[in-house]
Ligand binder design. Structure first.
Ligand SMILES: NC(=O)C1=CN([C@@H]2O[C@H](COP(=O)(O)OP(=O)(O)OC[C@H]3O[C@@H](n4cnc5c(N)ncnc54)[C@H](OP(=O)(O)O)[C@@H]3O)[C@@H](O)[C@H]2O)C=CC1
Ligand SMILES: O=C(O)C(=O)CO
Length: 311
């Protein structure tokens, strides 16, 4: 009988389906990393989101672990190389939250272009300013997607119907031009894009992907959307570019200040104060892939993938 440990709040269907399969399911939702490490050798499977880091120290103790499942897309909290070397299969389920992320990105950019945050606030205060809140349309704009995986593709698909020109760059995927996006190089994207949307995984090479040197090599001022990971953007460089007008506005679902558990924020430092003071920024607390539907779909896709191999 397979024994699985669940250490984060995931949709109950995960435990229901495992139990139906005759697998034992235990929960350690509040216990510390040390407490989890002390029992992990008893388990064949581990299901988690982002509460703890699954590094070499952890995995050295997980002598019987056969799989790790994350109902989600990003896997940066798991040492994937160790897992590969030691035959631990790692499953993710980006099919479950790609629609949510794509809709959120569209929602955020529409909110920014139409000044909806400020306009809503003003109307509530009894202020009726129409000229100051005149917006911009998506129609006719060139949208540059960086990272054309599950999230990038879903965003491109969702944009169909807005009358935009969608271009995409991916360092590792090629020949993907389709009815939704045209593949181009990063250099071309930097020349053409009016709006740049990041859909990159977090890795050594994507930390501070958007920084001063990136911004300075873009041909024209652009809007930035980041629904990927906060560390991909150097926030100070972004704020400076918002001041000089090199970046026209930013939609950030993820923040550099966010802690690795994704449920905490490191607090109110000077950079954060500058960010929240800016009228050119729309913010949300890492909820793009966090809809009610996504919670179910992430679990459903994940369990099906695990069963394909282990049931
Ligand atoms: N805000 C939220 O709620 C959510 C955020 N996310 C974030 O979105 C990220 C993307 O998810 P998903 O689309 O499923 O991931 P995928 O791996 O499917 O797609 C990312 C693509 O980017 C490519 N890539 C990697 N490095 C670079 C680079 N330096 N330059 C250009 N392209 C690169 C990848 O190539 P290769 O595969 O070869 O590495 C891959 O093709 C997740 O890792 C997560 O961080 C996801 C879901 C929800
Ligand atoms: O799926 C992911 O990686 C997310 O960030 C969702 O919260």
């Amino acid at each position: 009988m397979m024994k699985v440990l669940i250490i984060d709040n995931v949709h109950p269907l995960v435990a229901e389906r495992f139990s139906k399969q005759g697998w034992q399911c235990d929960f350690m939702l509040k216990e510390s990393r040390e407490e989890i490490i002390s029992v992990i050798q008893n388990y064949d499977g581990l299901v988690l989101r982002s509460r703890i880091k699954i590094d070499e120290d952890f995995l050295n103790k997980a002598k019987n672990l056969k799989f790790i499942g994350r109902p989600g897309a990003g896997l940066e909290n798991i040492d994937l190389e160790y897992c590969e070397r030691n035959d631990i299969q790692v499953f993710r389920s980006p099919e479950g939250n790609r629609d949510a992320v794509a809709e959120h990105a569209v929602g955020m950019i529409l909110m920014l272009l139409n000044n909806l945050k400020r306009a809503d606030h003003e109307v509530r205060q009894g202020v009726w300013k129409r000229e100051e809140n005149r917006g911009y349309e998506l129609m006719g704009k060139t949208i540059g997607i960086i990272g054309y995986g599950f999230m990038g593709k879903a965003f491109a698909q969702r944009l169909k119907g807005f009358g935009v020109n969608v271009i995409a760059h991916d360092k590792y995927e090629h020949n993907f031009t389709d009815e939704f996006a045209r593949e181009i190089t990063l250099e071309e994207l930097k020349k053409e894009a009016d709006i740049i949307s990041l859909h990159l995984p977090q890795s050594e090479e994507t930390i501070h992907y958007i920084d001063r040197s990136f911004i300075e090599t873009c041909a024209k001022p652009f809007y930035l959307i980041n629904t990927a990971r906060g560390k991909s953007v150097n926030t100070t460089d972004l704020l400076d570019a918002l001041d000089t007008g090199k970046i026209l506005g930013a939609c950030l679902d993820v923040l550099e200040l966010e802690s690795s558990s994704f449920e905490k924020m490191e607090g109110s430092n000077e950079v954060f104060q500058r960010l929240v003071a800016s009228d050119k920024v729309v913010l949300s607390p890492h909820i793009a892939g966090w809809t009610h539907e996504a919670k179910y779909k992430l679990a459903d896709f994940l369990v099906k993938k695990i069963f394909k191999v282990f049931a």
